[in-house]
Design a protein around this ligand. Structure first.
Ligand code: FES
Length: 121
């Protein structure tokens, strides 16, 4: 079962457990848990849901899947290089930044660093 810890500089850590086999994105899991990660398009195009992902040491690495939209937007934002994309897709080395609306957690245990969005209801 994926264990996801959401961490921002302005709020207390919040843990969420995604159901095994769930296909929800990190953004979906966050919203269900009441975590206010900023977002707009939910399509991987605006970049407002940028997160930094920290993988918990000692847990098995999972295959990394990046959508074309996510790759394009992360490159535009200067948050991923071609080498990191290749490393992710060939060697399962996780890139440090992802888009919460595109990243689907599977069995990994991760800490999601995000900017808290206090204005969101
Ligand atoms: Fe727009 Fe994720 S909400 S890229």
């Amino acid at each position: 079962m994926p264990i996801i810890t959401f961490r921002s500089t302005t709020t207390k850590d919040k843990r969420a457990y995604a159901t095994a086999g769930d296909t929800g994105t990190i953004l979906t899991v966050a919203r269900a848990a009441g975590v206010k990660i900023p977002f707009e398009c939910q399509e991987g195009e605006c970049g407002s849901c940028l997160i930094r992902v920290e993988y918990v040491e000692g847990k098995p690495r999972m295959a990394i899947s990046l959508t074309e939209r996510e790759k394009t937007k992360l490159k535009e934002l200067g948050k991923i290089t071609e080498a990191q994309i290749k490393d992710a897709e060939v060697n399962d080395v996780a890139p440090p930044y992802r888009l919460a609306c595109q990243f689907i957690a599977r069995e990994e245990e991760v800490i999601i660093h995000y900017e808290h969005c206090p204005a969101e209801a």
